[in-house]
Design a protein around this ligand. Structure first.
Ligand SMILES: [Zn+2]
Ligand SMILES: [Zn+2]
Length: 334
C-alpha cells in the first residue's frame, strides 16, 4: 500500500509500506478519506522525525477482520475514533461509552494511508446518506472536540464566548457555539482564519497581531466574557483566557500544552474562576453528534480543501501557513 510519511522539517512524502494485517479484535479498513489535525503539526515541523504518520481522523470500508471481531463486518463503512477503549464487558467506562476514560485505551495512528489498522471498538457505523468527508468530521476531532467541549459547558445560548485560536479546533468550536446561540468573538493572527471564523458565525473578530486581544474582548463584552476557550495550545493565549473572562467566568482548555505559570490567588480564587479541561470525545456521544448534524449543524462549512492523498504535502503546507480549515485527503476507490 501507499501512505503519507512526515519526515520532519516540513518534509512530506508518499511511500510504500507492507499491507497491515489485523490481530485479534482488530480490523483493516480501505480508506475513503482522512482529515489533517492540528496535533500533527508538531511532527511536521520537528527536525529528526522519521517515518511519522499521525493520521487519526478517517472513514473507510472494512476490508479484513482479525480473530474474535464481532462488532463490525467486512464491507461496513465506518468512521473511526482515534481513541479505542478496551471494550471488555467488565470495564465500567467502556460499558458507558466513555472510551477516553478507559484505563486500557489505545490510540491508533497511521490513517493517512490506503489501508489502516485499528480496533473494532474504534469503529462507528456511518448512515448510508452521509458523505465520506462529512463522516470524517462526525467521527473525528472535527465535531468530536467541540461537541464534548459543549457538553462540559452546558447551555451557552446568549452567553459571550471568546475563542482564542481559529485553527481547525477553534473554528469548529465557533461553528458549534454559534449554532447553540452563543455570541462568539474569535481571536487569531491569520487573516484567512479570521475570515473562516466570520463565515462560521463569529460575531466579532480580533486580529491579535495589531490589537491588545484582552482589552478588545473586555471592550466588546463590557468587562469580560462569560467563557474563554483556549484553542491555540499556547501558554500566552491560555493566560489571556484567564484575563479575558469576567469574575466567576469559565476558562475551557482544548489546546494541548505543557506547564504554564498560573497564580491560584490571582487567576482563580479572587475572581471565582473555573477552569475545565476537555479531551477529544467519547464514542457514547456519537448518536447525539449525529443528531446535531441532522438538526442542521453546517459541518460541511468546516472543510476548506479536498485533495488526493498524494498531494498531502500541499495540505500540510496550507495548515502551516494558517490558510486552511479542515483539509480532507481522498483515496482512490477501485
Ligand atoms: Zn486530532
Ligand atoms: Zn475499557
Amino acid at each position: 500500500m501507499q501512505h503519507v510519511v512526515l519526515n520532519g522539517g516540513s518534509q512530506v512524502s508518499i511511500e510504500s509500506a507492507p499491507d497491515p494485517t489485523p490481530d485479534p479484535g482488530e480490523v483493516v479498513l480501505r480508506m475513503r478519506c482522512s482529515a489533517l489535525c492540528g496535533s500533527e503539526m508538531k511532527d511536521y515541523y520537528r527536525k529528526g522525525v522519521a517515518n511519522s504518520n499521525d493520521g487519526h481522523e478517517a472513514v473507510g470500508v472494512v476490508e479484513t477482520i482479525g480473530p474474535d471481531v464481532t462488532r463490525v463486518a467486512v464491507g461496513d463503512r465506518v468512521g473511526i475514533s482515534a481513541v479505542a477503549g478496551c471494550g471488555r464487558r467488565d470495564c465500567e467506562p467502556c460499558n458507558h461509552g466513555q472510551s477516553t476514560w478507559c484505563s486500557d485505551f489505545q490510540i491508533f495512528t497511521g490513517a493517512h494511508a490506503e489501508l489502516f489498522k485499528t480496533s473494532e471498538t474504534a469503529c462507528l457505523q456511518v448512515p448510508e446518506h452521509i458523505f465520506d468527508d462529512i463522516a470524517v468530521l462526525l467521527t473525528g476531532d472535527g465535531l468530536g472536540v467541540p461537541y464534548h467541549t459543549g457538553q462540559k459547558l452546558g447551555d451557552t445560548s446568549n452567553r459571550t464566548i471568546a475563542i482564542f485560536g481559529a485553527g481547525p479546533v477553534g473554528l469548529s468550536n465557533i461553528m458549534v457555539q454559534h449554532f447553540y446561540g452563543a455570541r462568539v468573538i474569535a481571536i487569531d493572527i491569520s487573516e484567512y482564519r479570521l475570515e473562516q471564523a466570520r463565515l462560521l458565525g463569529a460575531d466579532t473578530l480580533i486580529d491579535a497581531r495589531n490589537a491588545d486581544a484582552v482589552a478588545k474582548v473586555h471592550e466588546w463584552s463590557s468587562g469580560g466574557v462569560d467563557i474563554a476557550i483556549e484553542c491555540a495550545g499556547n501558554p500566552k493565549t491560555l493566560k489571556q483566557c484567564f484575563d479575558a473572562v469576567r469574575p466567576n467566568g469559565i476558562v475551557m482548555i482544548n489546546g494541548e500544552q505543557s506547564a504554564v505559570e498560573l497564580s491560584p490567588s490571582e487567576d482563580f480564587i479572587r475572581r471565582d474562576i473555573t477552569a475545565i479541561g476537555s479531551w477529544y470525545y467519547q464514542i457514547g456521544e456519537y448518536p447525539s453528534m449525529l443528531k446535531l448534524y441532522q438538526d442542521g449543524l453546517p459541518l460541511e462549512d468546516l472543510i476548506s480543501h479536498r485533495m488526493p492523498f498524494t498531494d498531502a504535502a500541499e495540505g500540510f503546507a496550507l495548515m502551516a501557513k494558517g490558510e486552511s480549515a479542515k483539509v480532507i485527503l481522498e483515496y482512490p476507490q477501485s
